[in-house]
Ligand binder design. Structure first.
Ligand code: F6R
Length: 601
């Protein structure tokens, strides 16, 4: 994982690179570093910890220079120490490099090409920069030395390189790790792991594909393949602005993103509804015939969205749908029938586990569709068909608005499949999503209720349960994930009826059990499950749909279409998680041990 930035222009490179890195901190935050060059000096600063620690290290030092690279790290090879932090310099001091990814053959390369060079860090990265130096000392021009080395590397990487002898250029390359070029016409160009890290400079981008490199100065940016052939690539514009990547009036991105959900619903409607009010999704899916089966593949929260998507697709489009955890599916040797459509759900579009399955099933000749928030991401590019979730950048590590956006887009996709089969339509999905948006507005404003619930149920506790059945089960496992990842409270999401088959042994006096009830058919059953745990001392907190509520229930949800209840029942769970993390003094947006975009298997 990790994030990288490279900038060349008219502004102070330290400032541009540091603000880019702050937006990439979601990709890793155990150490960080920058290199800024000017006519006289190569200035390298690196520090253990978050970008704030790096900023404190730099303090008031004025670093002049309009060329710079930077890195925020999520350690893979070598502990998160100052020495292992990037940038790394070559043995002669001429080249400086940052790297996101893992070089699998670094030991072989070291033994073969630079056996005598003493490694200063424990990283695989260091070998790349020594190799470039070694090739340049053999007489290669820098670009040729860079290309020679790229051709030797096995593994994943996004790299940016500065040459002290010619600081008018930055070299960058990618394979299986994200990297994007940002371009302007004002004498500034840059690269970064994603668009958010460049949005303060430009909203015009060029996609970089695997096994391509880029050489840029202030005015030109050239993309080439590893044979050195120039590649023409269209520029695209992203309609985000700086406010979408800043917290603004909020203390945390997570709360901002929870609050953005009603707007995201409206945005999705406007993106996928034409002027006549009809579904306008077909152009993205041109040529996609209706499959006999759907397999949804995803990880974490996106997997949870997939579970909700399955029930929507099966109910509306009547197509049998399976949902799989990507990292499990990859090694399962599954029996796949003919005419399956694989749907990959991924906020980032970069998750390595999902990408592994995408590559596998493509090789087997299956059709693929990616539902993602990030245009130009790897899963977006590599799938046959793609649908964007239009949620705007999601910066908090804990996913909130991406989850609801994924479900909403799957609901529209289900309507598309229904229409393609000429099935009778009984649901006006745009109307239902508008209702959802209004319901979300109400729920997001009930923050005091969430705080009170946290005070009453979660103060000082070490573990808790979330229970529900059917659609409510799908949502409680997401609620439990949210709570554990940001508050570090052990939380289990359980199917209400399953608890008594063993796990109920864990219930003791005062154990909090959050119960979600939105389905009239099974409301009574979930109520009984709540009583079973209450009888064993549990402190139950019930979140219930209007009409099914009873006295003493903690939170009553507005009425929405039964297939879409997870879109509203998840909001209280997101808010409860947020305030629980806050109460415990946790770093809400950057929980420990995690990174937003998991680009390693
Ligand atoms: C949890 C969370 C993760 C991601 C998972 C997949 O809040 O965000 O569980 O959902 O790592 O990431 P994407 O959706 O980018 O493929």
């Amino acid at each position: 994982m990790c994030g990288i930035v490279g900038y060349m222009g008219a502004k102070n490179a330290k400032d541009v690179v540091l603000s880019g890195l702050k937006r990439l901190e979601y990709r890793g935050y155990d150490s960080a570093g920058i290199c800024v060059v000017n006519d006289e000096d190569v200035n390298i600063y690196k520090e253990k910890g978050k970008i704030k620690a790096l900023e404190s290290l730099i303090g008031d030092v004025e670093i002049e220079g309009t060329v710079g690279i930077g890195h925020t790290r999520w350690a893979t090879h070598g502990a998160p120490t100052q020495t292992n932090a990037h940038p790394h310099q070559s043995y002669s001091g001429r080249f400086t490099l940052v790297h996101n990814g893992i070089i699998e053959n670094y030991q072989e390369l070291k033994d073969q090409y630079v056996p005598k060079v003493e490694r200063l860090s424990e990283t695989d990265t260091e070998i790349i920069v020594h190799l470039i130096d070694a090739f340049s000392q053999k007489g290669y021009e820098t670009e040729d030395a860079f290309r020679q080395v790229l051709n030797l590397l096995d593994g994943s990487y996004a790299i940016a390189l500065i040459d002290r002898e010619d600081t008018s250029k930055i070299y960058a390359a990618k394979n299986k790790s994200p990297l994007l070029a940002g371009i302007t016409e004002n004498g500034e160009n840059m690269v970064a792991s994603d668009a958010t890290a460049m949005i303060h400079v430009t909203n015009e981008f060029k996609e970089l594909r695997d096994l391509e490199y880029v050489v840029f100065d202030r005015d030109t940016l050239t993309i080439k393949n590893y044979d050195g052939e120039i590649i023409d690539r269209e520029t695209y514009t992203v309609d985000w602005d700086i406010s979408s990547v800043e917290t603004g009036q909020y203390d945390h991105f997570m709360l901002k993103e929870i609050d953005e959900q009603p707007t995201v619903m409206r945005n999705i409607i406007s993106q996928y509804q034409d002027e006549d009010g009809q579904l306008n999704i077909g152009k993205e899916l041109d040529g996609l015939s209706v499959p006999r089966r759907v397999h949804i593949v995803a990880c974490g929260t996106s997997y949870h969205a997939g579970l909700v998507g399955k029930s929507i697709i099966e109910n509306i489009a009547r197509i049998p749908t399976e949902v799989h955890i990507a990292s499990e599916y990859m090694y399962a040797n599954p029996i796949i029938e003919d005419d399956v459509l694989f749907i990959f759900i991924s906020q980032s579009g970069e998750t390595a586990d999902s990408r592994g399955v995408l590559n596998q099933v493509k090789e087997q000749g299956h059709r693929t569709l990616t539902i993602t928030n990030v245009q130009g991401s790897t899963l977006y590019r590599e799938a046959d068909y793609k649908l964007l979730t239009h949620a705007g950048p999601e910066i908090a590590v804990a996913s909130t608005k991406a989850y609801t956006a994924q479900i909403a887009v799957m609901a529209l996709f289900a309507i598309y499949l229904e229409a393609e089969q000429n099935l009778e339509n009984n649901i006006d999905m745009f109307h239902e999503l508008r209702t959802i948006s209004t319901a979300m507005e109400q729920l997001k404003d009930m923050k005091d209720k969430a705080k009170d619930i946290v005070d009453e149920y979660l103060t000082g506790v070490r573990s808790c349960f979330f229970i529900g059945r059917q659609a409510d089960y799908n949502v409680v496992i997401e609620g439990a994930l949210k709570l554990k990842e940001i508050s570090y409270i052990q939380a289990e999401g359980y199917a209400g009826g399953e608890l008594k088959h063993g796990t109920i042994a864990l219930i003791e006096d005062g154990t909090p059990v959050f119960t979600v009830i939105t389905d009239p058919q099974i409301a009574k059953n979930t109520r009984s499950n709540a009583q079973e745990v209450e009888a064993r001392g549990a402190n139950t907190c019930t979140i219930v749909a209007k009409g099914l509520d009873r006295e003493g229930d903690a939170w009553v949800l507005p009425d929405v279409h039964p297939l879409l209840t997870p879109l509203v029942s998840v909001i209280p769970l997101q808010l409860i998680s947020y305030y629980a993390a806050l109460q415990r003094g946790c770093d809400v947006d950057k929980p420990r041990n995690l990174a937003k975009s998991v680009t390693v298997e």
